[in-house]
Structures are given as structure tokens and as C-alpha cells.
Design a protein around this ligand. Structure first.
Ligand SMILES: [Zn+2]
Length: 259
């Protein structure tokens, strides 16, 4: 019995150490964010906090949320920096293609430093999700493509690359119309090319709405979503030309197919 117990303890210790999960979370608290980390070097942690603070300011501005008040000291957002991709995927229970995840209700971001484009993509993307949900409210009914498109809009590089990726999809017949995109569910086992197309289309349509259909209208649209009215109803009410999501889809394709 004693041997069994000892073996068990050893197994836990070896397992924990091998995977590097045994350490406690350390905290770094500043004005709008609390950073939690384990083995990440402190200058990296400071850099994450400073970048997060900058994005916090920039995102509300670039979405046109001028009356956005942000969040207060006791409601600070939390960023967990895992030591590795494996640690993140296992502990945060994420798909293997995920580089970061967010829970807007708790304002919690989970990510890892090796994430490709950590400072330019992952961080602004996840903070974008929180700022958007803080603005429209947790009750607002929003399709995933809209939510992801707004977050992707914060990633400068992808913002400009998205239209080209969608044009290519239209040409090779893989394009997913907005009606289908709306009911699409992304899972851990979803084909990675399909996941990428979903994100590219989400970024492209939100860019189109924001830049081609007017920024002020976009803000009005988000403001109307705050009232928890349905997405389709709000679309029809703010964008008079579009009775349905199919009409928006047509206008978007027409824009992309312009020579
Ligand atoms: Zn996202």
C-alpha cells in the first residue's frame, strides 16, 4: 500500500515536471490588465502589459466606439501566459490550431508566448473580442463571423490580406456564402483550411462593412445590437439596402469582384 502511494506521488511529480505544469501562477498587476505567468521572463511580461494597454486605447478608437468608457480598476482583464503551446492547449482545452482564446464575460485571455505573431496578431485579436463585447454587451446576438471579423480587424496584417484570400476562394469555388458562414460551427477537428477560410471571410466582410458601407453606420449598427435586437432585424434597420443577410452577401461579392 505504502509503495503504491509512493509510486503514485512519484508519477505525479515526474508527470508534472516533465510537462512543466507544476509551477504557480505569478501576477503582474497594472491599470487595465493583470498578467499571469509562470516561466516567462519578466521583461516579456512587462512588454505584454504595455502592448495590451496600447491596444486597449487603439481598439475602441479604430472601431469608432467614441462613447466607450472601458473598464475600471476592479474589473481588470486577465491575461494568462502559458509556457508552451502544449500546456495552453491542454489546460485551456483548446483546438490544436488555436493560438489564443478569450472569455469576454470574465475578461480572461489565455495564450502562449511562442504563438505566431503574438504581439501583432494574438494580443490585439483577443483584446478586440473583449472591447467589442464590453461595448455591445454579453446578451447581444451576434454571429460568430461578425464577432471574429471585428477581432481580426485589430490584426493589421490580416486586415489587408483578407480580401485577396476571399477572392481566391470565389475563383476556386470554395467560397462559403454568408448565410452558411452564419450557421457554421468551428470544432477542434474542423479542417484547418476551412478554419482559415472562415477567418479570412469574417475579416473581409467586416472590413467591407466598416470601410465601404461607412464607419458611422457600423457604429450605429453595433449600438443597435446593444439593445439585444436580432442581428437580421438590426441589419435591415441600419442598412436599408439589405433586407436580409443574402443581400449583404451579394453586395460583398460584387465589391470583391470589381476589377
Ligand atoms: Zn477570435
Amino acid at each position: 500500500m505504502k509503495t503504491f502511494k509512493l509510486l503514485f506521488v512519484l508519477w505525479v511529480m515526474v508527470g508534472g515536471t516533465r510537462l512543466g505544469y507544476a509551477e504557480e501562477w505569478k501576477e503582474y498587476k497594472k491599470s487595465h490588465f493583470i498578467i499571469y505567468y509562470q516561466s516567462a521572463p519578466f521583461d516579456f511580461v512587462e512588454n505584454v502589459e504595455q502592448s495590451a494597454e496600447r491596444y486597449y486605447e487603439d481598439i475602441a478608437r479604430n472601431l469608432g466606439f467614441t462613447r466607450y468608457k472601458g473598464w475600471t480598476w476592479d474589473e481588470r482583464a486577465k491575461i494568462y501566459i502559458y509556457d508552451s503551446a502544449e500546456h495552453y492547449i491542454q489546460e485551456a482545452k483548446q483546438a490544436s490550431w488555436s493560438h489564443g482564446s478569450v472569455s469576454p464575460s470574465g475578461k480572461v485571455i489565455r495564450t502562449f508566448p511562442m504563438a505566431h505573431g503574438f504581439f501583432d496578431s494574438t494580443l490585439p485579436h483577443e483584446i478586440g473580442h473583449i472591447v467589442f463585447r464590453e461595448f455591445v454587451g454579453l446578451e447581444a446576438q451576434v454571429p460568430l463571423w461578425f464577432e471574429e471579423g471585428v477581432a481580426m480587424y485589430q490584426e493589421q496584417a490580416k486586415r489587408w490580406g483578407a480580401h485577396a484570400a476571399v477572392r481566391e476562394a470565389i475563383q476556386n469555388g470554395t467560397f462559403i456564402p454568408l448565410e452558411e458562414l452564419t450557421i457554421m460551427v468551428l470544432r477542434g477537428k474542423t479542417d484547418e483550411a476551412l478554419v482559415q477560410l472562415f477567418y479570412a471571410e469574417s475579416a473581409s466582410i467586416v472590413n467591407f462593412m466598416m470601410n465601404e458601407l461607412g464607419k458611422q453606420r457600423f457604429v450605429n449598427f453595433c449600438r443597435e445590437l446593444q439593445e439585444s435586437k436580432s442581428f437580421d432585424w438590426t441589419l435591415d434597420s441600419i442598412y436599408a439596402r439589405f433586407d436580409t443577410i443574402e443581400d449583404l452577401n451579394k453586395a460583398w461579392i460584387k465589391y470583391l469582384e470589381q476589377p
